[in-house]
Each structure stands twice: as C-alpha cells, then as structure tokens.
Design a protein around this ligand. Structure first.
Ligand SMILES: [Zn+2]
Length: 106
C-alpha cells in the first residue's frame, strides 16, 4: 500500500509549510513522488515559452506540488484535517472513514 492516502478530487487541508491552513480539492496525485497538486493552493510563477510567433510567452501562475505528508483529508463535520481508517464493505469495496466522526469520504 502506498503512503498516499489521498486521491484525486479529495478535499484536503494543508497542515504544514507556507500554505498551512489552506484547503482545496486535489487536482492531481503524483504517486511516485508522494506529491499532490491542490486547486488554488501553492501558486508558483512559471515561465512559459511563446506558444507561437503570434502569441507572447510570459509568466503564468500555476499550482505547485505539495508533499503528501503535508496534507490531510478535511472533514466538514469535524471542521478540521483528520486521519482516516479504511473499512471493507460487504461488497468488497474499501471506503475511508473519518477517524473522528466516522463520516465516509468515498
Ligand atoms: Zn469527521
């Protein structure tokens, strides 16, 4: 099992670093690097090459990656970042439940 417990479209909160306290939806998970990209969090400036002779290049702001250990699933009910536990359902599917209130994330 990989160390990353979060998935694309999960709603998470950043728990450390300069973006601490920010919340957002996961846009992308880079499982091999243990990093995630969160919507509207950790904007970095990127230089973009001109797409064509007619179109100018320039600096664009884009979400940068954040290490997965710096984010937690955000539970609306608990109103904070929470740990989760896995539970296997009768149909064989595994769901993630909030360790605090038992709410399902899946
Ligand atoms: Zn909860």
């Amino acid at each position: 099992m990989s160390g990353i417990g979060v998935r694309k479209n999960d709603f998470v909160i950043v728990t450390s670093g300069k973006e601490k306290g920010k919340k957002g939806k996961i846009l992308k998970v880079a499982r091999d690097k243990n990093r995630v990209i969160i919507e509207k969090v950790n904007f970095i400036k990127k230089h973009q090459k001109p797409a064509s002779a007619q179109k100018q290049g320039g600096i664009v702001e884009k979400e940068g990656q954040i290490h997965a250990s710096n984010v937690m699933l955000f539970c609306e009910k608990c109103n904070k970042g929470v740990r989760f536990r896995r539970q296997r359902l009768d149909d064989g599917n595994v769901v993630r439940l909030c360790a605090g209130c038992g709410e399902s994330f899946d």
